[in-house]
Design a protein around this ligand. Structure first.
Ligand SMILES: [Zn+2]
Length: 110
């Protein structure tokens, strides 16, 4: 789980910036894409410390795999493609609060 100092390293002021809003609108767009495809409306982005979107996905549970949440896909992708430092300094933007499965996956991959 993250500590107070981990969170402070990512966003010391906890202020929502216009860039944050842009990323959140991107998540809502992915959620809309999921809904249009007949899935549950959730979407998420992983943004690195330079502000670059490194991975994005939407919910894909409609075909029977209940683990296909975008936040879980981010955790899998990050574990395979990012260093521990990159994972620790990246930010996940998502259209809804993480479920317990995804929260645990993010904790495990840092
Ligand atoms: Zn989830």
């Amino acid at each position: 789980m993250s500590t107070e100092s981990d969170r402070g390293a990512v966003n010391a002021s906890q202020t929502v910036t216009e860039k944050d809003r842009e990323f959140l609108r991107g998540c809502v767009g992915l959620a809309q894409e999921a809904l249009t495809a007949g899935d549950e409306p959730f979407g998420s982005l992983l943004v690195d410390e330079s502000g670059t979107v490194r991975f994005r996905d939407r919910n894909r549970v409609k075909d029977g795999d209940a683990t296909r949440h975008p936040e879980f896909e981010i955790a899998r992708w990050a574990a395979e493609n990012l260093s521990p430092h990159e994972r620790r300094t990246s930010v996940v933007y998502t259209s809804g609060e993480h479920c317990p499965m995804c929260s645990a996956a993010h904790a495990w991959v840092g």
